[in-house]
Design a protein around this ligand. Structure first.
Ligand SMILES: NC(=O)c1ccc[n+]([C@@H]2O[C@H](COP(=O)([O-])OP(=O)(O)OC[C@H]3O[C@@H](n4cnc5c(N)ncnc54)[C@H](O)[C@@H]3O)[C@@H](O)[C@H]2O)c1
Length: 262
């Protein structure tokens, strides 16, 4: 009997795959047999991920907020596409009362416009994959628990991650009959480079909070007592990409150590 979790024979494109959740997902899917197309705005880190995978994995410089970049990547890779993981994203931290609208627009472009462009561009390639005998084609969009609950200083980020959920459900509904599935993953706090460029957190008196104390404070909010790791998220994405999830579309999956369970 065929193993439905196996990704052999499938071509997968993962955005933002030079780091964190995207890199772990690309490695996980390659491990399960997929042929990987690895993209990132940072060409060097994308190349590192592809080199780690080896074999036929290819790396591409790709700004997901730009239509011309999507067109170039799809043109360069050609052929049928079974799996698209819209993972690339940014999280900008700023109190709502002082965050300029440009803060929202930048996150909207990278976190939401990217999905719109990427999913539209993928349609002919995914139709080709289904026509070639694939059970279904699969799109997995990475939202966040901040698309469900609020977080201080993350108003614009939360708005974009909520938009990911609505967009994903609507597109799933529209494409279901074509055999193109669209699902959403909502990670809780995961230790990655996301936010590495933020100012150091401060206490109420403006004194810097040491990184270990900040980490302990974050971890204490999570019932499982720790931040997530990229490898806590990657297998869920790989499952949704596989034929094991062939009847699952328009659905949302939280992986957060219990953060939103209360
Ligand atoms: N880390 C978390 O706590 C967490 C929680 C929930 C959701 N997420 C989501 O997971 C996804 C991956 O984030 P991560 O935590 O692995 O962060 P990360 O910073 O480690 O990885 C993000 C990757 O996206 C790339 N990127 C940034 N802007 C891009 C652009 N315009 N075009 C293409 N690539 C671009 C970066 O170069 C980086 O390699 C994001 O969508 C993020 O919002 C993360």
């Amino acid at each position: 009997m065929t193993n439905p979790f196996c990704l052999a024979g499938k071509r997968a494109l993962v955005t933002g795959a030079g780091s964190g959740i995207g890199r772990a997902t690309a490695l996980q899917m390659a491990e399960l047999g997929a042929e990987l197309i690895v993209t990132d705005i940072d060409a060097d880190t994308a190349a590192e991920t592809a080199a780690t995978i080896g074999g036929s994995a290819s790396a591409h410089a790709h700004d997901v907020s730009k239509a011309e970049d999507w067109a170039r990547v799809y043109h360069a890779t050609g052929g049928a596409l079974d799996i698209l993981v819209n993972n690339a994203g940014v999280m900008m931290s700023k109190p709502f009362r002082e965050a300029p609208i440009a803060n929202l627009h930048r996150q909207q472009a990278i976190n939401v416009d990217s999905l719109y462009l990427g999913m539209q561009g993928a349609l002919p390639l995914m139709r080709a994959a289904v026509a070639a005998g694939g059970e279904t084609a699969s799109i997995v969009n990475i939202s966040s628990v901040y698309g469900m609950v609020g977080g201080a200083q993350f108003a614009a980020y939360s708005a974009t991650k909520g938009a990911v959920r609505g967009l994903s459900r609507a597109v799933a509904f529209e494409l279901a009959k074509e055999g193109i599935r669209v699902n959403t993953v909502l990670p809780g706090p995961v230790g990655t480079n996301l936010g590495a460029d933020w100012d150091a957190p401060t206490d109420a008196d403006g004194n810097p909070i040491p990184p270990e104390a900040a980490l302990a404070a974050w971890s204490s909010l999570i019932p499982m007592g720790r931040l997530g790791e990229p490898r806590d998220i990657a297998p869920l994405v790989a499952f949704l990409a596989s034929d094991a999830a062939r009847f699952i579309t328009g659905a949302e999956f939280v992986a957060d150590g219990g953060y939103t369970a209360a």
